[in-house]
Design a protein around this ligand. Structure first.
Ligand SMILES: Cc1ncc(COP(=O)(O)O)c(C=O)c1O
Length: 426
């Protein structure tokens, strides 16, 4: 759950390598997100190692999980591709050092302006997700000499075993052209008939935080079968297959997660069997690359005890910097950064500061009785927290530091109130 070099020192203080997390909170203020560079690099290398037997494979970092330039840039440095969910993420990927040809743009509602921006940015692959997009892209390509390599996102009709909000590959989904209804084949035919577009790949993502390797095997089998039918019916040769992201990470002791090797062999062997290494497999991990590396640091503000019901410990952050508990019931744990070895004294709920009853960061965690002013550290906070941060209640968004080789570098300044209304007029 914690970054790789996390330890509790003899004084009971939580450290990542030589860096004392409570001291960082003092220096940079709270809420503060600290990302450990070594943990991100190691996670990427684990992917490369796990998929080595199934080459050719490209690991494409899903920027949606954390689009900070300082974090995305680390993975560019490792040689990752970038998977972008919007033009904004394409531009962030470029700024963080990704070669444009190694960027894939997703999105189920790309506007013509967004598509034009992507062409200007020279993205390597546009992942078509919607019949109108084919015509829109075709219109844009008429004014250009080059051709654009595209993938087609399909919906395999697999209802994965995860929270309904995290499911994306069922038939009843806004994403992808369904294989079962014939829409996928119809859209592939339309792409093949559109001058300026080159259909080189197909893509599907069935959801995130999946538990069963079997679903990935099923997915790989369906994608390989569809690639085969495109060759037979349209004479289109698919050379790239995108299988999405989705590997869960543990957030609390005892959380069961699917192992990287089981995931790799489920996807990899099904595809290798189907196409003997001629097709490049693209993976788009997000949370499993950056989730573990991120620790959220808050300051305890106060405690409310409701005898026989619950003890609420309020902190100076919450759903504005991490909406996942409110959005889909994500369950985190926490420790007190200055008393990390002290035995727990009670079960408490960690309440955020936002004006919503649903703003409970943690429903129940055993801690030594927290005191106002202490620093609370929440592990596993690197993915989809800062990325989804908002200014709800006009709280400024948190600062972010990157821990690398014994130093903490500020990679995102703390927002100020003036930043929030900078674009507004009375
Ligand atoms: C198309 C696509 N690719 C990749 C991902 C990344 O998933 P994860 O962060 O769970 O690995 C997502 C997340 O929802 C996605 O929608």
């Amino acid at each position: 759950m914690w970054p790789l070099a996390t330890a509790v020192d003899p004084a009971g203080r939580l450290r990542v390598g030589s860096l004392d997390l409570a001291r960082l909170a003092e220096r940079h203020g709270t809420p503060l997100y600290a990302y450990d560079a070594a943990t991100i690099r190691a996670a990427y290398r684990d992917y490369v190692r796990a998929y080595r037997p199934f080459r050719p494979v490209r690991i494409s970092y899903a920027l949606k999980s954390c689009p900070l330039l300082g974090v995305a840039g680390l993975l560019a440095g490792e040689g990752a591709d970038a998977s972008a969910a919007s033009l904004g993420e394409v531009l962030a990927a470029r700024r963080s050092g990704y070669d444009p040809t190694r960027i894939q743009l997703h999105g189920n509602a790309k506007t013509e302006e967004e598509l034009a921006g992507a062409l200007r940015a020279k993205v390597g692959r546009i992942v078509i997700d919607g019949a109108e997009e084919i015509a829109a892209l075709g219109r844009l390509m008429r004014r250009r000499r080059a051709t654009q390599a595209v993938w087609l996102r399909v919906s395999p009709g697999i209802a994965a075993d995860t929270h309904p909000h995290l499911r994306t590959g069922a038939l009843d989904s806004k994403f992808g052209a369904p294989l079962a209804t014939g829409d996928a084949l119809a859209q592939a035919r339309a792409i093949a008939a559109t001058p300026g577009l080159r259909l080189v790949g197909i893509h599907a993502h069935i959801g995130t935080e999946l538990h069963e390797a079997e679903r990935y095997r099923e997915l790989a089998g369906m994608l390989a079968g569809f690639a085969r039918s495109l060759r037979e019916t349209l004479g289109v040769r698919i050379t790239e297959i995108g299988a999405g992201g989705g590997l869960k990470i543990p957030l609390r002791a005892g959380d069961h997660v699917l192992g990287l090797c089981a995931y790799a062999s489920a996807l990899g062997s099904a595809l290798r069997g189907a196409d003997a290494g001629k097709t490049t497999l693209y993976l788009e991990p997000g949370r499993s690359l950056v989730g573990r590396a991120g620790v959220a640091l808050y300051r305890v503000v106060g405690t409310k005890r409701v005898a026989g019901v619950r003890t609420f410990v309020s902190v100076d952050g919450g759903m504005g910097d991490n909406i996942r508990p409110a959005l889909y019931g994500a369950e985190y744990t926490a420790v007190l950064a200055e008393r990390a070895a002290a035995p727990p004294e009670e079960e408490v709920a960690i309440a955020g500061r936002y004006c919503e009853s649903g703003d409970l960061l943690i429903r129940s965690v055993a801690l030594p009785t927290p005191r106002a002013g202490e620093v609370l550290a929440v592990p596993g906070a690197g993915a989809y927290a800062v990325a989804m941060a908002s200014n709800y209640n006009h709280f400024p968004r948190p600062a972010v530091v990157l821990l690398d080789r014994g130093r903490a570098r500020l990679i995102r300044k703390r927002e100020k109130h003036a930043d929030i209304w900078r674009l507004e007029r009375r």
